[in-house]
Each structure stands twice: as structure tokens, then as C-alpha cells.
Write a protein that binds this ligand. Structure first.
Ligand code: NAD
Length: 409
């Protein structure tokens, strides 16, 4: 696993170029993804010889009892197209470290980088240890319904996640873990560092052209700072745009590429049109330039919570901003969603940060920051963002099963 991680780091930009070619994501973002994937293989390699059970004491009714943690068997994963390398590493690395074999299907929209990883896998691992299969949703369905596959980890939309759960239930009741969509809130209090909050919010809106499950797509501003924040965010978008960070995704200087494909572009534009009708457009809201599927970074305000643009995941560089008066109101608004993947809280008060993070319903909350993937901590959702965790010690649990052994004394 360490050797594979080293090879991946060495080839990161070549692998990233394949994903960039497939779905237009900035090459820097995809290269970072292979770096995280390599880190995940190193991290879980370090856990492979630290799998322990427990011994029960006192012995019950004259029996000596202990548990051992064992591999499950054939495990599997299905990924979305946005940052393919991370989605693969989150699943394959703990599955392997726990002693399982693993079958993975990348998204048909961006399979090239993961398929190229297959060549490296052949060089390093025994045949059949990690298997990569190509295909559409139909192939994913066959995996989820397969009688010999004992576990499936899925990253993708909430709609497909529901189906995976159903296929598993109707076949062999395989274990399922689901990393699904999000509509993550950023709650910005009046005591926050304004420049930091603007910079981090921009990162959370534009990273991977907004095509990240943890993107900061709903921003809640305390009333007294609302106008200033909106002006500053609009100004920051303009500056970023003039600085040339939006454009050809194959260039190292580009941070924001086009939308992944026509279907996704049309969905983003459909939701933008709804935003224009139901709220007030602050900036953007149009195609950027005439070539390619670029969308101008877009801000809406005054959109009601019932609007589809506030309720549904857009998966594009689009944010809705809302104002609140009190902390309680902010928490209520932030939680007014079926999703619960991640959130951000901006404040200089530690006690407020602790109070608010405790009450926001999300699997990961960043304080004065935006989410960044790290191998050593778990990531995953609550509510309709799914269940199960990827990363960290907890990320290994889905790939192990416990056996209790009792010995009569
Ligand atoms: P999607 O659900 O359309 O597809 C995801 C994967 O599922 C693809 O590999 C696809 O081939 C497969 N698939 C499609 N239909 C299937 C079926 N019936 N049975 C089995 N497999 C099937 O999602 P997408 O458009 O590729 O990705 C975008 C979504 O992924 C967004 O909702 C985003 O939030 C989510 N996502 C979540 C995370 C996370 O960690 N929570 C990370 C990245 C993306």
C-alpha cells in the first residue's frame, strides 16, 4: 500500500490530466485528489497491523470470551465523478487494510484516472486484490444486487443512494454505507473575521466549480454584516475572475473549470432561472463567455427557503445568502434542510462556536474554515446525506466484522 501511494504521488499530475480531460475539473484540484488518495493508502497501511478485538471480564458463567475483528470478504464501492481519486481512496484503502478484496466502479462520466490506476494496481498488488470495473448505473445496480458481494460503499446522489439500499435489501442484505448529497450552511456571525469569512466562503463556493458535496451553498449572515459581506463576496468573485483563475482546466493557473457536462450545466442553469424568478440576483446568473460550459459565479439573495434553489443541491458555482437576527434563528435556518453533510461557522467566540457546532445537524463542521479532506478524520453525513463514515479510525469499521469466541472453562 505504501508503494502504491508513492507511485500514485509520482504520477499524480498525469492521472489528474485524465480526469480533467473527462470532466473539465481544474488539473490542480484533481492532482490534489490523487495526493489525498495516496495519503489515505499510507494512513490505512499504518492501521493494517493494529486491528484488535476485546477480552470480556469477568467471565460469564464459566466461559472465557473474546472478540476478534475479521475481514468481511468481497467489498465494493461505487463513486461519483467529481473528485474520483478521493472517492476511490476513501473506500479501497480501508477495505484492503482490513484484509478484504475490493471491487470498484468509478463514474462513467470520469473513469479515466481510476482506470489508469488499474495499471499501477497490477504492478503492486496480488491479482484480484483490487479490481476496477467500468460501466454505467446498470453495472452499479448489478454490484449492489450481487449475492457474493458482502458490502458496498456508495458516493453519489441521494436518489441513487436510495436505490442502492433497496438492491441490497432485496438481494443478500449486504452492508451499505452511503455518502450522498449536501446543501451545506455557512453561518457567519457579526464578530467573525470578515476577510477570512469572505475568502473561505469563496473557496467553498468555487472549489471544483461548486461540484463538491461539501460546498458552502447556503450562507447565513447576521443582519448587521449582511450588506457588507455580500458586497465583499461579489468583489472577491470579480477579482478572482479578473485574476484569470476561471478558464482552461488543463492550465495549472486555473482553479475553476467548466461544469462537468451538458446535462449538469442545464440543471445548474434551470435552478439559476428559478433563483431569478423567486429571489434577487446579486451577480452572475449567466453563461461565462461563449465557449464551453462555464457559469459565472452566482449569488442570490432574498430567496425563500421553499425555493428549489435553496432546497436542492445545485452542484455549480451558485450560492444563496440569507440573513438572521439571533443565534437560535441561525441554527434553525441552517438545519432547515433534508441534508446534513457539512457546515461552516464563522465567529471569534469559542463559546459560541462550541454552542453552535453542537446544534447544527451535520457530519463535519469547520470553524473559521471550509472543509478540507484529511485521511485521519471521518467524513460522512447525517439525515439524507447518508450514513457510514469514510476516513479515520471509524472509516475502517465498515470493512470489519466482529466475531465473539467463547471457551468453556
Ligand atoms: P449519481 O448518483 O448519478 O452517480 C454516482 C454513481 O452511481 C455513478 O458511478 C453511477 O454510475 C452510479 N449509479 C447510477 N445509477 C445507479 C444505480 N441505479 N445503481 C447503482 N449505481 C448507480 O451521482 P453523480 O451525479 O455521479 O454525483 C453527484 C452526487 O454525488 C452529488 O449529489 C454529490 O453531492 C454526491 N457526492 C457526495 C460525496 C460525499 O462524500 N458525500 C462526495 C462526492 C459527491
Amino acid at each position: 500500500m505504501h508503494k502504491f501511494a508513492d507511485m500514485m504521488r509520482e504520477k499524480a499530475s498525469d492521472l489528474a490530466a485524465l480526469d480533467t480531460k473527462a470532466m473539465g475539473s481544474a488539473i490542480g484540484t484533481q492532482t490534489m485528489g490523487y495526493g489525498v488518495c495516496a495519503d489515505l493508502f499510507d494512513y490505512y497501511a499504518g492501521l493494517a497491523d493494529k486491528i484488535h478485538g476485546e477480552t470480556a471480564y469477568p467471565t460469564s458463567l464459566g466461559r472465557y470470551k473474546f472478540t476478534q475483528r475479521e475481514p468481511i470478504g468481497v467489498c465494493s464501492g461505487i463513486g461519483a465523478w467529481n473528485v474520483s481519486a478521493i472517492l476511490f481512496g476513501w473506500k479501497a484503502a480501508p477495505a484492503l487494510a482490513a484484509g478484504n478484496t475490493f471491487l470498484y466502479k468509478p463514474s462513467e462520466k470520469a473513469p479515466l484516472g481510476t482506470l489508469a490506476l488499474g495499471a499501477l494496481i497490477k504492478e503492486v498488488f496480488p491479482p484480484g486484490t483490487i479490481n476496477i470495473i467500468n460501466g454505467t448505473g446498470k453495472t452499479g445496480q448489478l454490484m449492489a444486487a450481487h449475492m457474493e458481494i458482502r458490502q458496498i460503499a456508495f458516493t453519489g446522489s441521494t436518489a441513487t443512494g436510495r436505490k442502492i439500499q433497496e438492491y441490497a435489501a432485496k438481494s443478500n442484505l449486504k452492508r451499505v454505507s452511503l455518502e450522498l448529497g449536501g446543501k451545506s450552511p455557512s453561518v457567519i456571525f457579526e464578530d467573525a473575521n470578515m476577510d477570512l469569512a469572505v475568502a473561505k466562503s469563496m473557496e467553498g463556493i468555487l472549489a471544483n466549480t461548486g461540484q463538491i458535496c461539501a460546498m458552502a451553498s447556503r450562507v447565513f449572515l447576521q443582519e448587521s454584516i449582511s450588506d457588507k459581506f455580500i458586497d465583499n463576496l461579489k468583489g472577491a468573485f470579480q477579482q478572482a475572475s479578473e485574476a484569470g483563475i476561471i478558464g482552461d482546466p488543463a492550465l495549472q493557473t486555473t482553479q475553476v473549470g467548466p461544469i462537468a457536462d451538458k446535462k449538469q450545466y442545464e440543471r445548474v442553469m434551470e435552478l439559476i432561472e428559478i433563483g431569478k424568478k423567486e429571489g434577487k440576483l446579486v451577480t452572475g446568473g449567466v453563461q461565462r463567455g461563449k465557449n464551453g460550459l462555464f457559469v459565472e459565479p452566482t449569488i442570490f439573495k432574498n430567496t425563500p427557503n421553499t425555493s428549489r434553489i435553496v432546497k436542492e443541491e445545485v452542484f455549480g458555482p451558485v450560492v444563496t445568502v440569507h440573513t438572521f437576527k439571533t443565534e437560535d434563528e441561525a441554527i434553525e435556518m441552517a438545519n432547515d434542510t433534508v441534508f446534513g453533510l457539512s457546515a461552516c461557522v464563522y465567529t471569534e467566540s469559542i463559546s459560541r462556536a462550541l454552542r453552535v457546532t453542537r446544534q447544527i445537524e451535520a457530519g463535519t463542521i469547520a470553524v473559521n474554515d471550509w472543509y478540507f479532506p484529511a485521511p485521519d478524520t471521518p467524513f460522512g453525513g447525517v439525515k439524507q446525506s447518508g450514513y457510514g463514515r469514510e476516513g479515520g479510525l471509524e472509516g475502517m469499521q465498515d470493512y470489519l466484522q466482529t466475531k465473539t469466541i467463547q471457551i468453556k472453562q
